[in-house]
Design a protein around this ligand. Sequence first.
Ligand SMILES: C[S@@+](CC[C@H](N)C(=O)[O-])C[C@H]1O[C@@H](n2cnc3c(N)ncnc32)[C@H](O)[C@@H]1O
Length: 197
Amino acid sequence: MENLVNTSHSINDKAFKLLTKKLKDEKIEKIIDAGSGKTSASIVLKYYPQAMVDAVVYPGDNRKKNPLENAIGSDRLNVVELDLCSSSVVGNYDLCLAMQTLGEAQNFGNSFEKLFHSIMDIRAKWFVLYDILEDPCVHYRYIEQYLKEKGFKIITKKKFRNPHPEHYPKVKFDKYKLEFDSKHFVGYLIKNLNMEK
Ligand SMILES: C[S@@+](CC[C@H](N)C(=O)[O-])C[C@H]1O[C@@H](n2cnc3c(N)ncnc32)[C@H](O)[C@@H]1O
C-alpha cells in the first residue's frame, strides 16, 4: 500500500511529466531525489511505480524530512540525510531529480556552484533539473555552459508559467539580500554522456 501526496494539480507535476516524456522507453528503476520533499518524492514515486527512490535531505532539515516520513508511505522510499557538498553519493542511478534544490544551496552554507557540481557528480544516466527562473541564486547560463563542457547533453529545456507565484522576501545572495517572485520555472532533461563510456 502506498500513500503519496496528491500532486496532480501542481505545476511541478505537470512539468516533470513533460520533461520526462522522452524517457518513456528507458528503464528507470533507481532514482535519487537530490534535495527531496514530499512533492518531488511523490512525483517520482507516482510516475515510476516500479522504481526505488533515495530521497536526500540536508542533515537535520526536519522541515523536509518529517513530511517525507509522515505524509508518504511507501516501501520504495528511502530517506537519506546527507550533505551532498561534503559526502559523495555511492551507487549508480537511472535518474536524478533536483527540484528546487539549487536555489537552497546558500541556506546550508554552500555555494550554488558547489551544490550544482556535487549533484552533477552523482552517477546517474539522466538528470532533471528544475528551479525558479527568477531565483537570483540559480545561475542558468552557468548551468548550460558547464553541462556543455563536462559531457552532458540537454535533451529538453522548457519554461513553465507558475499559476501561483510566491513572493520570496530578502533571499541571501552573496553579499546582497534580494527579493523575487516565482513567476516561472525552468526545467531541463539532461543525458549524462559520461555514463555511456
Ligand atoms: C526547496 S527544498 C526541495 C523541495 C523538494 N524537491 C520538493 O519538490 O518537494 C530543498 C531541498 O534541498 C535540500 N538541500 C539543500 N542543500 C543540500 C545539501 N547540501 N545536501 C543535501 N540536501 C540539500 C534540502 O534539505 C531540501 O530537502
